[in-house]
Design a protein around this ligand. Structure first.
Ligand SMILES: Cc1ncc(C[n+]2csc(CCOP(=O)(O)OP(=O)(O)O)c2C)c(N)n1
Length: 335
């Protein structure tokens, strides 16, 4: 791990906190989900934290991201409030989407999170739409679209990159290449598999294949792509090699061997970064313990907040289904 010039101490601490927030939030979430406290599906991001943290640390609040079915990490890295997130996962009325989306469609326009997405590959066209809107409005915002290696084989990937490249839209496409789509190994369905960034050549845009377990590398490469996008240079494609520690979804039968998963955990991005921070005298073990304790408290408070929040009222089931003409800011309860 090398410390790039672009990573002063304040950036390193910020990257670390973003990663630990995701890890501790989802560790608790896995526990309460297994205990039957939440309903629906949940796909955890544990293991892949360096990608969301490294990418989102380059973004402003009004920049946009699009996300996936594995979206909690993206939202936390973009600054999502832990209490409202946890309340959404509990299906409570205090959640980001008033308890109506749960894990798979959680969104917060106030911080530019255009939504997790249960449809694989659907974030990319949404990102292109947001990029086109930025261009029409003439702002200097950017969009980062996160998606998996499986989504990179959807037709929407090619259509989106082609359009974004042709119109020079400010979109950074970030592949979270964890080598699997559910139980399908990527190399069994894709000849480029580990080098998906090479596909950028086909669209005439910059492409990168990087170590997505090295948060500083993700930060550095996404920074270049974000700056290019902000200054009218158009999109980039960044393929991040990463690894998910959990099954495809909670409760899934994992096709990987115990040995493989344990070996991968040896290279855990957070542990690796902690070793680096201590070696470089950026943090002591005591600092690390304090950060973890502080974040653990925030996560525990989020769980308590969610548990004590009321569920949506059945009588409100049809509220927010239709928008009133001319009022796109406020959803309406009229049907
Ligand atoms: C259009 C569509 N096809 C299939 C599915 C079922 N499905 C859900 S997640 C998933 C795998 C996605 O793999 P990848 O994009 O690599 O993301 P990862 O789960 O590895 O993060 C599939 C096939 C879906 N939700 N949407």
């Amino acid at each position: 791990m090398d410390r790039p010039d672009t990573c002063p101490k304040v950036v390193l601490l910020d990257l670390y906190e973003r990663m630990v927030k995701i890890r501790l939030f989802e560790t608790i979430q896995a526990r309460v989900f297994r205990a039957g406290e939440q309903e629906g599906f949940t796909h955890l991001y544990i293991g892949e934290e360096a990608v969301a943290a490294g990418a989102c640390a380059n973004l402003n609040q009004d920049d946009y991201i699009t996300s996936t079915h594995r979206g909690h990490g993206h939202m936390i890295a973009k600054g999502g409030d832990l209490k409202r997130m946890m309340a959404e996962l509990y299906g409570r009325s205090t959640g980001f989407c008033l308890g109506r989306s749960g894990s798979l469609h959680i969104a917060d326009r106030n911080i530019g999170v255009l939504g997790a997405n249960g449809i694989v590959g659907d974030g990319n066209p949404i990102a292109v739409g947001a990029g086109y809107s930025i261009k029409l409005r003439g702002t200097n915002q950017v969009v980062v679209s996160f998606f998996g290696d499986g989504a990179a084989n959807q037709g929407t990937f090619h259509e989106s990159l082609n359009m974004a490249a042709t119109w020079k839209l400010p979109v950074v496409f970030v592949i979270e290449n964890n080598r699997l789509s559910c139980g399908v190994p990527t190399e069994s369905v894709c000849s480029l598999a580990q080098a998906l960034g090479d596909r950028a050549v086909g669209y005439g845009i910059p492409g990168f294949n990087i170590d997505g377990m090295d948060v500083m590398e993700v930060f550095r490469v996404v920074k270049t792509a974000v700056q290019r996008a902000r200054h009218g240079g158009g999109p980039s494609l960044i393929n991040c090699a990463t690894y998910r520690h959990r099954g495809h979804f909670e409760g899934d039968h994992d096709i990987r061997s115990r040995e493989e998963i344990d070996a991968a955990r040896e290279h855990d991005a957070i542990r690796r970064f902690e070793r680096f921070l201590v070696k470089e005298n950026v943090m002591t073990q005591k600092d690390i313990a304090e950060v973890r304790e502080h974040i653990q408290r925030l996560v525990d408070e989020a769980v308590e907040y969610a548990r004590s929040s009321p569920p949506p009222q059945p009588g409100d089931a049809l509220a927010y289904v239709y928008a009133v003409k001319g009022d796109d800011e406020h959803a309406s309860s009229h049907v």
